[in-house]
Design a protein around this ligand. Structure first.
Ligand code: GLN
Length: 537
C-alpha cells in the first residue's frame, strides 16, 4: 500500500445534500495547505458510465482530458481544486461488475464461485486505492454516491469498511454528510434523522469520524452535544454546514468550522502550515461585488434542469468574477423558439449562447435564434451542437443551400454541412464511442479566438459524433464564415467565426469543461468582455 491517506465521504438522510461540494471544499482547503490531493466519485448505478444517460436523469455529463464520460461532480472537483481528473476518478457499479465479469470470462477466478464479497468488494477496493498507489497524492478523497441504506450502495459501504482495515488506523477516515431539519411549527432543529442514518452506518460496521451537518439554521451547542453523544463522535467533529449564498462560499465556511484541521488531526498529519485562501477570498469578493451586469440568453432544450448546463453556468461565474461583471442567465427553451417568437424571447439578452445537445428536438429553434443574432449583430457563442447549428444556419441563409442540415437530424440530406467522419460511420455501440476528450487545435492569428487565448496551440475537450464537412469549407470562407481553429492532425474544423460581426464564435469543443475558479476560460472571458463593451456603446 502506498503512503496516501484516504478520506471517504458518505451521505445520509436524503440525497442532494451537496456531498460533491463538501468533498471539493475539503480538497480545496487541504490543497491550499500544500498537500497533493485528488478526489474520486463512486456511483452506485449500473450504467458503466453516465455517457448514455439523458441529462434529465443525472444532469450534465462531464468529460475529462482522457475522454472519460463522468459524473458532474468531477466538474466541481476540477473547478475547486484546479486539477485535471481522469477515468480513474469516476467508477460506477456497472464498471465494477463489467471488470469482474470480464475477468470471470477470461478464467481469472477459475474454480471459484464469484460473489459480491469478496470479488466485487475487492474490485471496488482496488479502484479506491488506484490513484493513491501512483504515489502522486498525499490524500485521496472518495465520495460515495447515493445514500447510506440504499440497496445499491451496500457493496461500496462494505468496501469502505474493509478498506479501513487494509490501510490501517490513522490512514483513513469517514466523513458522514447529513441533514438536520428544522421544524418550523416546533421551532426546533431535529437530530433524529441523523441518529438513524449513523445507526445504519454502524450496522454496516462503520463508525463515522466526522459529521458534516447540513442545516438552514446554526447548530446551537446543545444540538452539537446531542449529536456528538448519540452518534459517538467527538464534539469538535460535529461540523455545521449552513446553506450558503454560493457554492464557492463553502470552502471558507468549512475553514471556519475547522473541518480541515479535524481531518489532519485524525489522520495524524501536520497542521503547521495554514491554508492559503487569499486568492479564493479575492475571487469570492469579485463574485459578490460586481461593477457591471449583463444578461446572456442560454438557448437549450434542457433548460428546465439547469444541472444539464452546470459547467456553462460555472464558467460564466468564473469569467464574470474575472471581469467584475455579474452574468445573469436568461433560460430560453429552444423547443419553443421560432422565427416568429425569437425577437420577443431574446429581447432582454445582451448576448446569446446556444448550448450543446443531441437529437432533433429544439434544433429549428436554435437555428432561428442564431439567424436573429447574426443578422442583428448580437454577440453569439455556440458550443458543440450550438456551433453546428450556426453552420447549418449560415449554409441555409447566406449560402442559400436551403436543404442544408446535420446528418444527425437529416440522415440522407442533400447538403450535409455537418456530417459523420468515416471512422464514426462504422460504429454501432452508443457508449463511449464519440470523439471524446482532449484534442489539439491550431488557431489562426487573425481571429478573435487567438485574441482570447494569446496562443496558437491550444487543447480542448470534445464530446460529439458529427463534424464540420470540409467539402463546403471554401464556400463558407468566401461568404464570410471562417474556420479559425483547426485540428492539426486531422484537419477537422474546431472553431468557426464571422469576422464581420461584433462577436460570433462557435466551437466544436466544450470550453466550459476547462474553466476553473483560478483559471477562468479565455473564451468565456472574451465573450462576456465583448458583451460588456458592446452594451456600453
Ligand atoms: N449531437 C452533436 C454531435 O454528436 C453535438 C454534441 C454536443 O453538443 N455535445 O455531434
Amino acid at each position: 500500500m502506498a503512503s496516501a491517506k484516504y478520506i471517504f465521504v458518505t451521505g445520509g438522510v436524503t440525497s442532494s445534500l451537496g456531498k460533491g461540494i463538501i468533498a471539493a471544499s475539503l480538497g480545496n482547503l487541504l490543497k491550499a495547505r500544500g498537500l497533493k490531493v485528488t478526489i474520486q466519485k463512486f456511483d452506485p448505478y449500473i450504467n458503466v458510465d453516465p455517457g448514455t444517460l439523458n441529462p434529465y436523469e443525472h444532469g450534465e455529463c462531464y468529460v475529462t482530458d482522457d475522454g472519460a464520460e463522468t459524473d458532474l461532480d468531477l466538474g466541481h472537483y476540477e473547478r475547486f481544486l484546479n486539477i485535471s481528473t481522469s477515468q480513474a476518478n469516476n467508477v460506477t457499479t456497472g464498471r465494477i461488475y463489467n471488470n469482474v465479469i470480464t475477468k470471470e470470462r477470461k478464467g481469472d477466478y477459475l474454480g471459484k464461485t464469484v460473489q459480491v464479497i469478496p470479488h466485487i468488494t475487492d474490485e471496488i477496493k482496488a479502484n479506491f486505492f488506484k490513484l493513491g498507489e501512483t504515489g502522486d497524492y498525499d490524500i485521496v478523497i472518495t465520495e460515495i454516491g447515493g445514500c447510506v441504506g440504499d440497496i445499491e450502495s451496500l457493496p461500496f459501504i462494505e468496501a469502505v469498511r474493509q478498506a479501513r482495515w487494509d490501510v490501517g488506523e490513522n490512514n483513513c477516515l469517514v466523513i458522514h454528510l447529513t441533514l438536520i431539519p428544522y421544524l418550523k411549527a416546533a421551532g426546533e432543529l431535529k437530530t433524529k434523522p441523523t441518529q438513524h442514518s449513523v445507526k445504519q452506518l454502524l450496522e454496516a460496521g462503520i463508525q463515522p469520524d466526522i459529521l458534516v451537518c447540513r442545516s438552514e439554521h446554526s447548530l446551537p451547542p446543545d444540538i452539537r452535544k446531542k449529536l456528538a453523544l448519540f452518534c459517538n463522535v467527538q464534539l469538535n467533529s460535529v461540523i455545521e454546514a449552513l446553506d450558503a449564498d454560493t457554492i464557492y462560499d463553502v470552502p471558507l465556511l468549512m475553514r471556519k468550522e475547522k473541518l480541515d484541521e479535524r481531518v489532519l488531526t485524525k489522520l495524524r498529519m501536520s497542521h503547521k502550515t495554514q491554508p492559503d485562501v487569499e486568492s479564493w477570498r479575492n475571487f469570492l469578493s469579485r463574485v459578490k461585488n460586481p461593477t457591471n451586469e449583463v444578461t446572456v440568453a442560454l438557448v437549450g432544450k434542457y433548460v428546465e434542469l439547469p444541472d444539464a448546463y452546470k459547467s456553462i453556468i460555472e464558467s460564466f461565474i468564473h469569467a464574470g468574477a474575472h471581469l467584475e461583471c455579474k452574468v445573469n442567465i436568461l433560460w430560453v427553451s429552444s423547443s419553443t423558439l421560432s422565427e416568429k417568437t425569437v425577437q420577443r424571447a431574446l429581447k432582454d439578452a445582451d448576448g446569446v449562447l446556444v448550448a450543446p445537445g443531441f437529437g432533433e428536438r429544439g434544433i429549428e429553434g436554435k437555428i432561428a435564434a442564431i439567424r436573429y443574432v447574426r443578422e442583428n449583430q448580437i454577440p453569439f457563442f455556440g458550443i458543440c451542437l450550438g456551433m453546428q447549428c450556426a453552420v447549418v444556419e449560415f449554409a441555409r441563409n447566406v449560402l442559400h443551400l436551403k436543404e442544408a442540415a446535420s446528418t444527425e437530424i437529416v440522415p440522407n440530406g442533400k447538403h450535409k454541412v455537418i456530417d459523420l467522419m468515416e471512422d464514426q460511420k462504422k460504429i454501432q455501440d452508443y457508449g463511449g464511442t464519440m470523439r471524446l476528450g482532449a484534442y489539439p487545435c491550431k488557431l489562426s492569428k487573425k481571429s478573435k479566438a487567438y485574441h482570447a487565448y494569446h496562443s496558437v496551440n491550444i487543447e480542448e475537450r470534445h464530446r460529439h459524433r458529427y463534424e464540420f464537412n470540409n467539402v463546403y469549407l471554401k464556400e463558407f470562407e468566401s461568404a464570410g464564415m471562417k474556420a479559425t481553429g483547426i485540428n492539426p492532425d486531422t484537419g477537422l474544423v474546431e472553431i468557426i467565426e464571422i469576422p464581420n460581426h461584433p462577436y460570433f464564435i462557435g466551437t466544436q469543443f466544450h470550453p466550459e469543461l476547462k474553466s476553473t475558479v483560478m483559471n477562468p476560460h479565455p473564451l468565456f472571458i472574451s465573450f462576456v468582455d465583448a458583451i460588456v463593451k458592446i452594451k456600453k456603446n
